[in-house]
Design a protein around this ligand. Structure first.
Ligand code: HEM
Length: 118
């Protein structure tokens, strides 16, 4: 799908997060914020390790510890991503990889949960 499409997909995802219940956790500039996860996904999808080059060691769980992420926040985050992925053609996302990627975000996001329900 190429780097540019991954960055565009993450912009679309952060546009979903913009109107979600977890919006308050994210910085003002969502377009800018979306570039970090895009850089991470470029590496994950087999491209250059952009995240490491720009921001250092991934340490994803540690990077999320400052945010109170409970199961509800995870579901909100996941639903925003799933909504974005309802239009894979928009980003040239190869449909044969879609189920595997959804499984990945499902499992990986569980790892970011760092709080019991309020
Ligand atoms: C469980 C649901 C998740 C929530 C609620 C969540 C929330 C957040 C928040 C609030 C930030 C900080 C934004 C900022 O300051 O720029 C962040 C950063 C980030 N998230 Fe998540 N996240 C979740 C899961 C994930 C997953 C599964 C991934 C990877 C596939 C991911 C990748 C990233 C990256 C790369 C950053 C930037 C880290 C940095 O500051 O250097 N997140 N996330």
């Amino acid at each position: 799908m190429g780097e540019a499409n991954i960055f565009r997909m993450c912009e679309g995802f952060y546009a979903e997060l913009e109107t979600s219940a977890v919006r308050h956790m994210f910085p003002q500039d969502m377009k800018e914020a979306s570039k970090k996860i895009a850089a991470f996904l470029v590496g994950l999808f087999g491209g250059p390790p952009l995240f490491q080059e720009l921001y250092g060691a991934p340490q994803m769980r540690a990077r999320h510890l400052g945010f109170a992420i409970d199961e509800a926040a995870r579901q909100t985050w996941l639903n925003c991503f799933k909504k974005t992925l309802e239009h894979p053609d928009k980003y040239n996302f190869p449909s044969e990889y879609l189920p595997g990627f959804i499984r990945f975000i499902d499992e990986f996001s569980a790892w970011m949960v760092n709080r019991k329900p309020a």
